[in-house]
Design a protein around this ligand. Structure first.
Ligand code: GLU
Length: 435
């Protein structure tokens, strides 16, 4: 019997198809793109229903002893969206704005992202509602370890593998790995990726998301017949994604004319010395006080006259309020969900070529996959091998999405969703429904 016979054929019920309650709700943004691709794929009702729902959502209260002796209780979340293609994979963020809807959307995006680049993972995401900038290192360590202990039932190299995300880094991953290993009574390096290289991390992992952005931006420029040399670029967000993307694009010959972080930004038509900006942030933590041109706001950065705009920070920065003013020819979405679904058609009408987040920023999870492979094999690759393998996967994925976009006459985002949803759906058809 063909596996699809096993799936029910009730009519599709789409609860929020004709409703757009909140432009800035990331789950709705994700779902409206999902619906569009599902329609074009003519996805059968059973699989459609399965893929609309997260597999598992954990909400936990995390008591932490603060340095002053008080006890504070933080909210922690871990969502496993879909694990049909392999272990759940996705970062953990520490941020005051973390919500269950946001983490669920981010976990779904991880599912589609891993499928776009065809690595054998499902999608997950985690978050803790906290302000890490106001916490000491000791408080952050206690928070991380207690959060890890409270979601330990899902974690494991074969089941759920976290990584860094907004406001988490190698050090946080080292604490998670150690806590998990203490519970297991042996060292388990493959339970997290994005670890320090000394304890099982991969060469090239820290730069991987920014490097992936650079690779696909170059492909987009080639596709549009634009030269790389002299291409002007504005980068929003100067963390792990934005700063590395800016640095690598500058090395390729692009001119980085605007950069910003949460403290504001700077514009210089002659180009900004990205290495000097990175050195400033290493010393002062933010770009504040980096005088390399005219001071601009984050909102102004987005509407500068540039060839490439790279939003590399948070969700919902390109909305119906500013999309019409955007003057870039290419948008490379380094962040997850920087464009709201309602803004997509405005960008399309303006002829802007958008490299969607689930493709543009997939370099990070791709090298996470290499790290997990290296940990499990106990054999470590050179940086050259990591970067070459990353380049191969990013280029192949870009080409696959572009050819699907041409074939169906849709934009790159819809094509990326179609490619990834069809890959996940195929596995569901083959596996069937366990009863
Ligand atoms: N947090 C990154 C992302 O959003 C990396 C996830 C991972 O490597 O698991 O893609």
């Amino acid at each position: 019997m063909s596996p699809d016979v096993l799936l029910p054929t009730a009519p599709i019920v789409r609860p929020d198809k004709d409703r757009f309650l909140n432009e800035e709700n990331p789950f709705e943004a994700m779902m409206s793109r999902f619906d569009q691709a599902a329609d074009l794929l003519d996805l059968e009702p059973g699989i459609y229903k399965v893929l609309r729902h997260p597999e598992k959502q954990i909400i936990t209260s995390i008591p932490v002893m603060l340095d002053n002796g008080d006890v504070e209780v933080f909210k922690g979340i871990r969502v496993l969206y879909n694990t049909s293609r392999g272990p759940a994979k996705g970062g953990i963020r520490f941020d005051m704005n973390v919500t269950l809807d946001e983490v669920t959307a981010l976990a779904a995006w991880m599912t589609w992202k891993c499928a776009v680049v065809n690595i054998p993972f499902g999608g997950a995401k985690g978050g803790v509602v906290c302000d890490p900038l106001k916490m000491s290192v000791g408080e952050l360590e206690r928070l991380t370890r207690r959060y890890t202990a409270s979601i330990i039932q899902t974690l494991g190299p074969d089941s759920d593998v976290p990584a860094p995300d907004v406001n988490t880094n190698e050090r946080v991953m080292a604490w998670i790995m150690d806590t998990y290993s203490m519970h297991m009574r042996h060292t388990v390096t493959a339970v997290v990726t994005g670890k320090p290289i000394e304890m099982g991390g991969s060469q090239g992992r820290r730069e991987a998301t920014g490097r992936g952005c650079m690779i696909v931006t170059k492909q987009a420029l080639a596709h549009l017949g634009m030269p790389v040399k002299g291409t002007t670029v504005a980068v929003q967000g100067f963390g792990n994604v934005g700063s590395v993307a800016a640095q690598l694009l500058a090395r390729e010959g692009c001119k980085i004319v605007a950069i910003s972080d949460r403290t504001g930004g700077v514009y210089n038509a002659k180009g900004i010395d990205v290495d000097a900006a990175i050195a400033h942030v290493a010393k002062h933590r933010t770009l504040e006080g980096f005088k390399a041109g005219d001071a601009i706001t984050n909102e102004q950065l987005l509407v500068q006259e540039v060839d490439v705009l790279l939003p590399g920070a948070l969700e919902n920065v390109i909305t119906t309020k500013n999309a019409a003013q955007i003057r870039a020819k290419v948008i490379c979405e380094g962040a997850n969900g920087p464009t709201t679904a309602a803004a997509d058609s405005i960008l399309d009408d303006k002829g802007i070529f958008v490299i969607p987040d689930i493709l543009a920023n997939a370099g990070g999870v791709t090298v996470s996959y290499f790290e997990w492979v290296q940990d499990r094999g106990g054999y470590f690759w050179t940086e050259k091998r990591v970067n070459e393998s990353l380049t191969e996967i990013m280029e192949q994925s870009f080409d696959a999405v572009l050819s699907l976009a041409k074939q169906h006459k849709v934009n790159m985002r819809t094509a990326a969703y179609m490619l990834s949803i069809s890959r996940v759906a195929t596995v569901h058809r083959l596996r069937g429904i366990y009863a």
